[in-house]
Design a protein around this ligand. Structure first.
Ligand code: 6V0
Length: 333
């Protein structure tokens, strides 16, 4: 005897209304923080997890499913087999090898290239229309590798890039200025991590541009403080890793905010890693991914903001582009 009596006249579901699906490849610290933020913010109707460790993966899936009574309704699937990701709107890649003590960047990159060879082709095969969002490090080079291996157009392959660095930057600026971080506008661009570039002229609070409001002397003094804040942003990832072993919550929120802007076609501006050749003097033959403030929507990167860079900022971007290009030339993709 049925628990509920169906209503015969109910209209069939509209054929234009479709379910939203997000897949997360790599159910480690970062993948699970992203998954749980996606669930609490109800960004998808279906969430698929993939990892190479089947028992751990099943454990993570069950643990999330057991929270069903407290969460908006989302179907949660998990499997080491990529068919579970079929028909995704966004595939987020967080799987990555960890740097071994004394290991060079190139050697780590080669191990991650081998990993991406196993991951990207099946992801692209099962979701040929998806947006690819790469989180694994080094994120700028791995986004390039994901672009090459997927065969997707560049606007559909995005690296989480300096979206997180910019959030750390806003947090530290907000503390220094004693304001709310949500009222701070500030961008870090370029390479994610040590060589990221802080755009001083971009900083404003509640519409007040910080540096141009100051007298010359004060601006010079404040520039020193800001440089210390930039260094603190770069240091902060190392500090969290030293203290707790990995970073997870901030990158979880950062990637969920990207997923929201993309899926809900919000046209919001985020600094993300995108194909940067031709921008700010980066040579056309340098197929490198670097973060620039970009407008994100349902079809991926919609446009790149035409920001005013100082000569020094542009030179730093070009230097990163040269370094990445040289590194990528040593890889056989
Ligand atoms: P982790 O906890 O070791 O998780 C990695 C997961 O990947 C593990 O569960 C592995 O089993 C899984 N994995 C490995 N190989 C495969 C494979 N072939 N197929 C499927 N799954 C596989 O690492 P953690 O989650 O801490 O970090 C993941 C990655 O994110 C690293 O590369 C980090 O450097 C990177 N981060 C990037 C950030 C950014 O801002 N872009 C921020 C934080 C971390």
């Amino acid at each position: 005897h049925a628990l509920f009596r169906p209503i015969q006249e109910a209209a069939p579901p509209s054929p234009t209304k479709r379910q939203t699906k997000i897949s997360v490849v790599g159910a480690g610290n970062v993948g699970m923080a992203i998954a749980q933020t996606i669930l609490t913010q109800h960004l998808a109707d279906e969430l698929a997890l993939v990892d190479a460790k089947p028992d751990m993966l099943r454990g993570e899936m069950l643990d999330l499913q057991h929270a069903a009574a407290f969460l908006p309704h989302t179907k949660i699937l998990a499997s080491p087999d990529y068919s579970v990701t079929a028909g995704s709107d966004i595939c987020i890649i967080t799987a990555g090898a960890r740097q071994l003590p004394g290991e060079t960047r190139l050697s780590l990159l080669q191990r991650n290239l081998a990993l991406f060879r196993q991951i990207v082709p099946p992801v692209a095969k099962h979701s040929p229309g998806a947006l690819l969002l790469v989180v694994s490090n080094p994120v700028d080079v791995l986004t390039y590798i994901a672009w090459k291996l997927s065969g997707f157009p560049p606007n559909r392959v995005i690296g989480s890039g300096t979206n997180l660095d910019s959030s750390r930057f806003k947090f530290l600026l907000a503390e220094h200025l004693e304001v709310n971080a949500q009222d701070v506008q500030a961008y870090m661009v370029g390479e994610h991590g040590d060589s990221s570039v802080a755009l001083w002229s971009s900083i404003s609070v509640g519409g007040v541009p910080i540096l141009s409001q100051l007298t010359k002397d004060k601006a010079a003094m404040e520039q020193g403080v800001l440089e210390r804040i930039r260094k603190a942003v770069v240091e902060s990832a190392y500090e969290v890793i030293r203290l707790k072993g990995y970073t997870s919550w901030a990158i979880g929120y950062s990637v969920a905010s990207l997923a929201r802007s993309l899926l809900r076609d919000q046209h919001r501006i985020h600094p993300v890693s995108l194909l940067a050749k031709g921008f700010y003097g980066i040579p056309e033959d340098h197929e490198v991914f670097l973060s620039l403030p970009a407008q994100l929507g349902r079809s991926g990167v919609l446009s790149v903001a035409n920001i005013q860079l100082s000569e020094e900022e542009a030179a730093r971007l070009r230097h990163s582009a040269d370094t990445l290009w040289e590194l990528q030339r040593q890889l056989e993709i």
